[in-house]
Design a protein around this ligand. Structure first.
Ligand code: 3PG
Length: 214
């Protein structure tokens, strides 16, 4: 993994309009799911560390789907960051922010999108040098109006709103100058995955390209 180039958070955000938030409960689903998303033109994949299988899934995708760029979501501790990097993750997404997680991601060579929901959290992340942030949970914490309000005082911060974002409301976020991309779980619904309906995943991924930022 040492030969792999370190990504920046901005590169992670700029690759496509949507970063899929993925919950995997079966390692056998990881590779076909990743290939289905890549076939639909979505290659930055956030696999959440919420299931016992998550790290093995990241490992399988990193090994077998080189066209994908796999990252770890739900990174909450230094140990999570280290384990994600060991498994082959290239970036990390956290639901909140702590300096310990920020430093652990730096040490592990992981680009980090730290989660924030308040001005104080933005300031803490900025103090540690993070200026590309996840706004989470986006709809519950104020939606596009909140980001618009932040664009004044936090004019130098870019966001990836995640949480309650859908194909329908994503344009309201992507129209904002401080939003680079959005995150969402709708590309990989649990029932679609359970049925192995990979063509549907590819279609859901393709649909997100109508969302390109102006
Ligand atoms: C999460 O971490 O659960 C993400 O924010 C996904 O939220 P969503 O299911 O509302 O897209």
């Amino acid at each position: 993994m040492s030969s792999v180039q370190t990504l920046t958070a901005l590169q992670v955000m700029q690759d496509a309009p949507v970063i899929p938030v993925i919950v995997l409960t079966d390692v056998a689903h990881a590779v076909p799911m990743a290939r289905a998303l890549v076939a639909g033109g979505v290659r930055m994949l956030e696999v959440t560390l919420r299931t016992p299988q998550a790290l093995a899934c990241i490992e399988a995708i990193a090994r077998e789907v080189p066209e994908a760029v796999v990252g770890a979501g739900t990174v909450r501790t230094q140990a999570d960051a280290q384990a994600a990097a060991m498994a082959g993750a290239r970036f990390a997404v956290s639901p909140g922010y702590s300096s310990a997680v920020g430093q652990a991601c730096r040490d592990a060579g992981l680009a980090l999108l730290p989660g924030v929901a308040t001005g104080s959290e933005i300031m803490m992340a900025q103090e540690d040098g993070f200026t590309e942030l996840k706004f989470f949970p986006a709809m519950q914490a104020g939606g596009p109006a909140m980001l618009k309000a932040w664009s004044g005082p936090f004019f130098d911060v870019k966001f990836c709103p995640t949480g309650g974002v859908t194909l329908q409301n994503a344009p309201d976020f992507l129209a904002l100058s401080n939003v680079v991309c959005v995150g969402g779980s709708w590309l990989v619904p649990a029932d679609v995955m359970a049925h192995g309906d990979w063509a549907r995943v590819t279609q859901l991924a393709r649909d997100t390209h109508t969302l390109k930022k102006a």
